[in-house]
Ligand binder design. Structure first.
Ligand code: DC
Length: 226
Protein backbone atom coordinates (compact mmCIF):
# COMPACT_ATOMS: atom_id res chain seq x y z
CA UNK A 1 0.00 0.00 0.00
CA UNK A 2 1.23 3.46 -0.82
CA UNK A 3 1.50 5.87 2.04
CA UNK A 4 1.42 9.64 1.98
CA UNK A 5 4.43 11.63 3.13
CA UNK A 6 4.56 15.27 4.12
CA UNK A 7 8.08 16.72 4.35
CA UNK A 8 8.74 19.74 6.53
CA UNK A 9 12.23 21.22 6.36
CA UNK A 10 13.79 24.41 7.61
CA UNK A 11 16.29 25.91 10.04
CA UNK A 12 16.05 25.39 13.80
CA UNK A 13 13.49 27.46 15.62
CA UNK A 14 11.21 27.96 12.61
CA UNK A 15 8.49 26.02 14.47
CA UNK A 16 8.78 22.80 12.47
CA UNK A 17 8.46 20.31 15.30
CA UNK A 18 5.56 21.97 17.12
CA UNK A 19 3.62 22.49 13.89
CA UNK A 20 4.43 19.04 12.50
CA UNK A 21 3.39 17.35 15.74
CA UNK A 22 0.05 19.16 15.87
CA UNK A 23 -0.69 18.54 12.20
CA UNK A 24 0.19 14.86 12.53
CA UNK A 25 -2.34 14.58 15.37
CA UNK A 26 -5.04 16.25 13.28
CA UNK A 27 -4.37 14.15 10.21
CA UNK A 28 -3.68 10.96 12.18
CA UNK A 29 -0.28 10.63 10.57
CA UNK A 30 2.89 9.49 12.33
CA UNK A 31 5.17 12.37 13.26
CA UNK A 32 8.85 11.66 12.65
CA UNK A 33 11.39 14.06 14.15
CA UNK A 34 14.62 13.25 12.29
CA UNK A 35 16.58 15.86 14.26
CA UNK A 36 16.03 13.66 17.33
CA UNK A 37 17.87 10.84 15.53
CA UNK A 38 20.93 13.03 14.86
CA UNK A 39 20.76 14.20 18.46
CA UNK A 40 20.72 10.59 19.71
CA UNK A 41 23.83 9.77 17.63
CA UNK A 42 25.43 12.96 19.01
CA UNK A 43 24.56 11.99 22.58
CA UNK A 44 26.04 8.52 22.17
CA UNK A 45 29.27 9.98 20.78
CA UNK A 46 29.47 12.60 23.56
CA UNK A 47 28.97 9.94 26.22
CA UNK A 48 31.69 7.81 24.62
CA UNK A 49 34.04 10.75 25.22
CA UNK A 50 34.68 11.28 21.51
CA UNK A 51 35.25 14.81 20.22
CA UNK A 52 32.43 16.07 17.99
CA UNK A 53 34.98 16.79 15.23
CA UNK A 54 36.60 13.33 15.34
CA UNK A 55 35.09 11.88 12.17
CA UNK A 56 36.85 8.52 12.25
CA UNK A 57 36.02 8.07 15.94
CA UNK A 58 32.35 8.88 15.31
CA UNK A 59 32.07 6.56 12.30
CA UNK A 60 33.66 3.81 14.40
CA UNK A 61 30.82 4.14 16.94
CA UNK A 62 27.99 3.59 14.44
CA UNK A 63 27.89 -0.24 14.72
CA UNK A 64 27.30 0.20 18.47
CA UNK A 65 24.28 2.47 18.03
CA UNK A 66 20.69 1.24 17.92
CA UNK A 67 18.07 3.96 17.59
CA UNK A 68 14.34 3.31 17.85
CA UNK A 69 11.34 5.57 17.69
CA UNK A 70 8.42 4.44 19.81
CA UNK A 71 5.06 6.09 20.20
CA UNK A 72 3.78 6.26 23.76
CA UNK A 73 0.31 7.82 24.17
CA UNK A 74 0.76 9.22 20.68
CA UNK A 75 4.00 11.01 21.60
CA UNK A 76 7.27 10.14 19.87
CA UNK A 77 9.92 8.81 22.24
CA UNK A 78 13.44 8.14 21.09
CA UNK A 79 15.47 5.23 22.43
CA UNK A 80 19.24 4.91 22.24
CA UNK A 81 20.40 1.33 22.86
CA UNK A 82 17.23 0.64 24.82
CA UNK A 83 17.32 3.85 26.93
CA UNK A 84 14.71 6.57 26.53
CA UNK A 85 16.81 9.66 25.74
CA UNK A 86 13.97 11.97 24.66
CA UNK A 87 14.93 14.53 27.31
CA UNK A 88 18.68 13.95 27.39
CA UNK A 89 19.00 14.93 23.70
CA UNK A 90 17.64 18.46 24.30
CA UNK A 91 20.68 20.05 25.96
CA UNK A 92 22.88 22.68 24.27
CA UNK A 93 25.76 20.16 24.21
CA UNK A 94 23.62 17.57 22.43
CA UNK A 95 22.58 20.27 19.92
CA UNK A 96 26.20 21.05 19.12
CA UNK A 97 27.09 17.37 18.79
CA UNK A 98 24.04 16.75 16.60
CA UNK A 99 25.04 19.56 14.25
CA UNK A 100 28.60 18.22 13.96
CA UNK A 101 27.71 14.52 13.49
CA UNK A 102 25.04 15.43 10.93
CA UNK A 103 27.72 16.79 8.58
CA UNK A 104 29.28 13.30 8.26
CA UNK A 105 27.97 11.40 5.20
CA UNK A 106 28.32 8.00 6.94
CA UNK A 107 26.10 9.20 9.78
CA UNK A 108 23.49 10.44 7.30
CA UNK A 109 23.59 7.12 5.42
CA UNK A 110 23.22 5.26 8.73
CA UNK A 111 19.93 7.09 9.48
CA UNK A 112 18.57 7.33 5.94
CA UNK A 113 17.38 3.70 5.68
CA UNK A 114 15.49 3.99 8.94
CA UNK A 115 13.85 7.27 7.90
CA UNK A 116 12.73 5.85 4.55
CA UNK A 117 11.43 2.65 6.17
CA UNK A 118 9.23 4.71 8.50
CA UNK A 119 7.68 6.50 5.51
CA UNK A 120 7.11 3.21 3.69
CA UNK A 121 5.13 1.78 6.55
CA UNK A 122 2.84 4.67 7.50
CA UNK A 123 1.51 8.07 6.47
CA UNK A 124 4.10 10.42 7.93
CA UNK A 125 4.87 14.03 8.58
CA UNK A 126 8.64 14.04 8.76
CA UNK A 127 10.62 17.08 9.81
CA UNK A 128 14.31 17.80 9.29
CA UNK A 129 16.67 19.60 6.94
CA UNK A 130 16.86 17.32 3.89
CA UNK A 131 13.54 15.46 3.90
CA UNK A 132 12.16 17.03 0.71
CA UNK A 133 15.54 17.01 -1.05
CA UNK A 134 17.15 13.68 -0.08
CA UNK A 135 15.16 11.45 2.28
CA UNK A 136 11.74 11.57 0.62
CA UNK A 137 12.15 13.35 -2.72
CA UNK A 138 8.85 11.78 -3.82
CA UNK A 139 6.91 13.27 -0.85
CA UNK A 140 3.46 14.42 -1.90
CA UNK A 141 3.74 17.68 -0.02
CA UNK A 142 6.91 19.58 0.79
CA UNK A 143 7.03 22.59 3.02
CA UNK A 144 10.05 24.73 3.87
CA UNK A 145 9.42 26.68 7.05
CA UNK A 146 11.54 29.64 7.92
CA UNK A 147 11.56 32.79 10.05
CA UNK A 148 14.06 35.58 10.72
CA UNK A 149 17.11 34.63 12.83
CA UNK A 150 16.08 37.13 15.51
CA UNK A 151 12.60 35.68 15.82
CA UNK A 152 13.88 32.10 15.88
CA UNK A 153 16.44 33.04 18.55
CA UNK A 154 13.75 34.80 20.59
CA UNK A 155 11.52 31.70 20.52
CA UNK A 156 14.43 29.47 21.57
CA UNK A 157 15.46 31.96 24.28
CA UNK A 158 11.95 32.00 25.75
CA UNK A 159 11.83 28.19 25.68
CA UNK A 160 15.13 27.99 27.57
CA UNK A 161 14.00 30.61 30.13
CA UNK A 162 10.84 28.61 30.70
CA UNK A 163 12.97 25.54 31.38
CA UNK A 164 14.77 27.62 34.00
CA UNK A 165 18.06 27.86 32.07
CA UNK A 166 20.17 30.93 32.64
CA UNK A 167 21.02 32.18 29.14
CA UNK A 168 21.59 35.48 27.36
CA UNK A 169 19.57 36.26 24.22
CA UNK A 170 22.70 37.36 22.35
CA UNK A 171 24.40 34.00 23.00
CA UNK A 172 21.32 32.11 21.81
CA UNK A 173 21.27 34.23 18.63
CA UNK A 174 24.98 33.71 18.02
CA UNK A 175 24.73 29.91 18.46
CA UNK A 176 21.70 29.75 16.19
CA UNK A 177 23.48 31.66 13.42
CA UNK A 178 26.53 29.37 13.80
CA UNK A 179 24.40 26.22 13.54
CA UNK A 180 22.47 27.58 10.55
CA UNK A 181 25.79 28.17 8.85
CA UNK A 182 26.98 24.67 9.74
CA UNK A 183 23.77 23.06 8.44
CA UNK A 184 23.62 25.10 5.21
CA UNK A 185 27.30 25.14 4.28
CA UNK A 186 28.03 21.43 4.67
CA UNK A 187 28.61 19.31 1.57
CA UNK A 188 26.36 16.42 2.68
CA UNK A 189 22.65 17.13 2.27
CA UNK A 190 22.80 20.84 3.18
CA UNK A 191 19.75 22.70 4.41
CA UNK A 192 17.92 24.08 1.37
CA UNK A 193 14.36 24.07 0.04
CA UNK A 194 13.43 21.41 -2.53
CA UNK A 195 12.54 22.93 -5.89
CA UNK A 196 8.92 21.89 -5.44
CA UNK A 197 8.64 23.00 -1.79
CA UNK A 198 6.19 25.63 -0.63
CA UNK A 199 8.23 28.20 1.31
CA UNK A 200 6.51 29.66 4.36
CA UNK A 201 7.95 32.45 6.46
CA UNK A 202 6.46 32.35 9.96
CA UNK A 203 8.06 35.61 11.20
CA UNK A 204 5.47 37.55 13.20
CA UNK A 205 2.93 34.70 13.14
CA UNK A 206 1.29 33.20 16.17
CA UNK A 207 1.29 29.41 16.31
CA UNK A 208 -2.39 29.40 15.36
CA UNK A 209 -1.72 31.60 12.30
CA UNK A 210 1.09 29.33 11.10
CA UNK A 211 -1.09 26.28 11.66
CA UNK A 212 -3.85 27.82 9.55
CA UNK A 213 -1.45 28.57 6.69
CA UNK A 214 -0.08 25.02 6.81
CA UNK A 215 -3.55 23.49 6.93
CA UNK A 216 -4.47 25.50 3.84
CA UNK A 217 -1.34 24.42 1.95
CA UNK A 218 -1.88 20.75 2.85
CA UNK A 219 -5.54 20.94 1.90
CA UNK A 220 -4.81 22.53 -1.43
CA UNK A 221 -1.98 20.12 -2.24
CA UNK A 222 -3.89 17.04 -1.10
CA UNK A 223 -6.60 17.75 -3.62
CA UNK A 224 -3.99 16.91 -6.19
CA UNK A 225 -2.55 13.83 -4.53
CA UNK A 226 -5.16 12.04 -2.42
O1 DC B 1 15.96 19.83 14.27
P1 DC B 1 17.03 19.68 15.35
O2 DC B 1 17.53 20.99 15.90
O3 DC B 1 16.62 18.74 16.44
O4 DC B 1 18.27 19.00 14.59
C1 DC B 1 19.49 18.71 15.25
C2 DC B 1 20.64 18.78 14.24
O5 DC B 1 20.53 17.72 13.30
C3 DC B 1 20.72 20.09 13.45
O6 DC B 1 22.00 20.67 13.63
C4 DC B 1 20.57 19.69 12.01
C5 DC B 1 20.69 18.20 11.97
N1 DC B 1 19.67 17.58 11.12
C6 DC B 1 20.04 17.23 9.85
O7 DC B 1 21.18 17.48 9.44
N2 DC B 1 19.14 16.62 9.03
C7 DC B 1 17.91 16.35 9.45
N3 DC B 1 17.06 15.74 8.63
C8 DC B 1 17.50 16.72 10.75
C9 DC B 1 18.42 17.35 11.58
Amino acid sequence: MNHISIAIDGPSGAGKSTLARLLAQELRYIYVDTGAMYRAVGLHVARAGIDSRDRAGIIGQLPDIVIELRYENGVQQIYLNGENVSRAIRTEEASRYASDVSAIPEVRAFLLGMQRALAENADVIMDGRDIGTVVLPQAAIKIFLTASSEERARRRYEELLEKGEDVAYNDVLRHLIERDKNDSARAAAPLRPAEDAVILDTTGNTLEQSLDVLRAVIKEKSNHVV
